[in-house]
Design a protein around this ligand. Structure first.
Ligand code: AMP
Ligand code: TRP
Length: 341
């Protein structure tokens, strides 16, 4: 249930920890641009403090943060319309996270599947930051009183935790201060799958580069990866039900639908009965047509890293106009001396 007393505000974040891929674009960046263009106040964040929960070479981190910023802008996020920031330049994120570390319960954190996946078998050796990660994520969102958070399906559990933290804070302190944020997980591309295995998510950590389309791939590479994508021997079905048990076919249909802003049904209507020999070239064309301008624009922006840094510094100044008063008020609610809001 959305609390209507909070003005609508969108927040989302992406980790600057390696190459962006088609899953990030369709599941996140493109939808961020759509939200911005609907005129809702939006804040988009390169979550560098989250990235260091696992080891990052400092030079690579700096590069990835700038490249991610270029990716946001090239995907249509306008730094004048939206607020574009890197997390570490807005210290209120980390400050609120500490308060939330004292609100969230260890039992809640123990249920987080992303921690279990990332920590793997050797959880004792994982950083404390990786364990506390979801509490910082809740702070990212709630330090803006954000009401809506567009993400891919994998982030659903973290958003439920964010709601739990807001609810417990409001209850413990007898206030109605933090909104109960709505996850926005919609569209045909909330889960773009690997091009090599339709049961696995497209991911930057997949060892096979052929499994994903990177936002830095050129037109030839994009087309080759789609031509080589795993499929089955059947033609495309007459109805959506015919995609059941055909994860690779479903994935390519979903990608086509998301790239062209169409529904699965519209794509099926167009390609029913056709072989992949016909569908794949059409998909490759559309992918190149949509992705190439983004790739080119990212490269252009990366030629001037100083301008990217200026954009992020400006973003942080604007962001702090929102976050500083909310943090001050939080401190006041909690009973910190000197924090009268
Ligand atoms: P990550 O690359 O895991 O930091 O994710 C950044 C954003 O992209 C998050 O909103 C994810 O939910 C989204 N995302 C990552 N991989 C995929 C995928 N394969 N399909 C759809 N969305 C994705
Ligand atoms: N946890 C998200 C991911 O791994 C990134 C993230 C950090 C985020 N803070 C956020 C997403 C706040 C949405 C809102 O992709």
């Amino acid at each position: 249930m959305t609390d209507t007393s909070f003005q609508p505000r969108v927040f989302s974040g992406i980790q600057p920890s390696g190459d962006l891929h088609l899953g990030n674009y369709l599941g996140a960046l493109k939808r961020f641009a759509d939200a911005q263009n609907q005129g809702v106040e939006s804040i988009y964040c390169m979550v560098d403090l989250h990235a260091i929960t696992v080891w990052q070479d400092p030079r690579d981190l700096r590069h990835s943060t700038r490249e991610l910023c270029a990716g946001f802008i090239a995907s249509g996020i306008d730094p004048e319309k939206s607020i574009l920031i890197n997390q570490s330049q807005v210290p209120e994120h980390a400050q609120l996270a500490w308060i939330f570390n004292c609100v969230a319960r260890i039992g809640w954190m123990n249920r987080m599947t992303q921690f279990k996946d990332k920590a793997g078998k050797n959880a004792e050796k994982a950083s404390l930051g990786l364990y506390a990660y979801p509490s910082l994520m809740a702070a990212d969102i709630l330090v803006y009183h954000a009401t809506h958070v567009p993400v891919g399906e994998d982030q659903k559990q973290h958003l439920e935790l964010t709601r739990d933290i807001a609810t417990k804070f409001n209850h413990d302190y007898g206030v109605d201060f933090f909104p109960i944020t709505e996850p926005v997980i919609e569209g045909t591309a909330t889960r773009v799958m690997s091009l090599r295995d339709g049961s696995k998510k497209m991911s930057k950590s997949d060892p096979s580069d052929m499994s994903r389309i990177n936002l830095t791939d050129n037109a030839d590479t994009i087309a080759r990866k789609i031509r080589k994508a795993k499929t089955d021997a059947e033609p495309l079905p007459e109805s959506i039900d015919g995609l059941d048990d055909r994860p690779e076919a479903r994935n390519l249909v979903n990608i086509y639908a998301a790239l062209t802003d169409r529904t699965q049904q519209q794509v099926i209507d167009e390609f029913a009965g056709k072989q992949f020999g016909q569908f794949k070239p059409a998909l490759a064309d559309i992918a190149v047509e949509r992705m190439s301008p983004i790739t080119t624009e990212m490269a252009r922006l990366m030629d001037d890293p100083a301008e990217i840094d200026r954009i992020l510094t400006r973003g942080a100044t604007r962001a702090r106009e929102i976050t500083a008063p909310i943090l001050r008020k939080t401190y006041d609610i909690v009973g910190m001396v000197g924090a009268t809001a």
